[in-house]
Design a protein around this ligand. Sequence first.
Ligand SMILES: C[S@@+](CC[C@H](N)C(=O)[O-])C[C@H]1O[C@@H](n2cnc3c(N)ncnc32)[C@H](O)[C@@H]1O
Length: 228
Amino acid sequence: MNHDWDKIYRDMSSYYEARAQEYDEFYIGKSPAIPRPESYTRDVEKIGEMVKSFGRGHVIDIACGTGFWLRYYARNCSRITLFDYSEKMLAVCKKRVDDLCLEDKCSFVRGDFFEYTFGERSFDSTLVGFFICHLSPQQEERFFLKVNKFLRPHGQFMIIDSCWSHERAHYRNKEGIQERTLNDGRTFTIYKRYFDESDIKEIFNKYALKLEALYMGNVFFGAVGLKS
Ligand SMILES: C[S@@+](CC[C@H](N)C(=O)[O-])C[C@H]1O[C@@H](n2cnc3c(N)ncnc32)[C@H](O)[C@@H]1O
């Protein structure tokens, strides 16, 4: 599909910066995508259980946003790098870190994932939530090349993202441009793609990650793998 990826990329950054204060409403089902909040809360509970067993050593949470998943994985690891390019998202995330008394193990890095230079083999575990769904096929390849460089051998990798389901198909296309409206009425356009089970297996296979556990919900999925 022909998209102006440079424009999409710029629009996405303004959208998340503007959405930071209300972002977590998504997790209680305040979303136009599927009007049944219980679909969201049930998947958050199931994936939260998975995240409780994820993470060891030094974890990087890529495009961490508000750090929603921290409460589930923080106790498993010795250090956490919270990486995002939105100043406002990182500010909400810092507040969460304070509330959870995690200041001693967390550091914050503000940057563009595709521009930033990470040290080789510097992380034991990588979490990425709701970021890959916004990437072009080329960006997806660049994303996994980078992850494969900074993740240590046998390192853990977890994706949490939006899945394609019968319920979703009532309201959305499987991929494409969407209009999003914030609580104050401002509108933005973003690119978003939804993943079915075969998409997820293909991704793990393509980027040499061994899939160890997969949960497919109505709205979200969680997938954990190991770098070979
Ligand atoms: C949908 S939110 C996901 C937040 C969090 N990972 C979660 O699971 O709730 C997407 C995040 O990606 C960040 N982001 C988008 N493009 C980025 C980039 N190139 N580098 C770093 N962060 C980026 C946005 O600022 C936003 O916080």
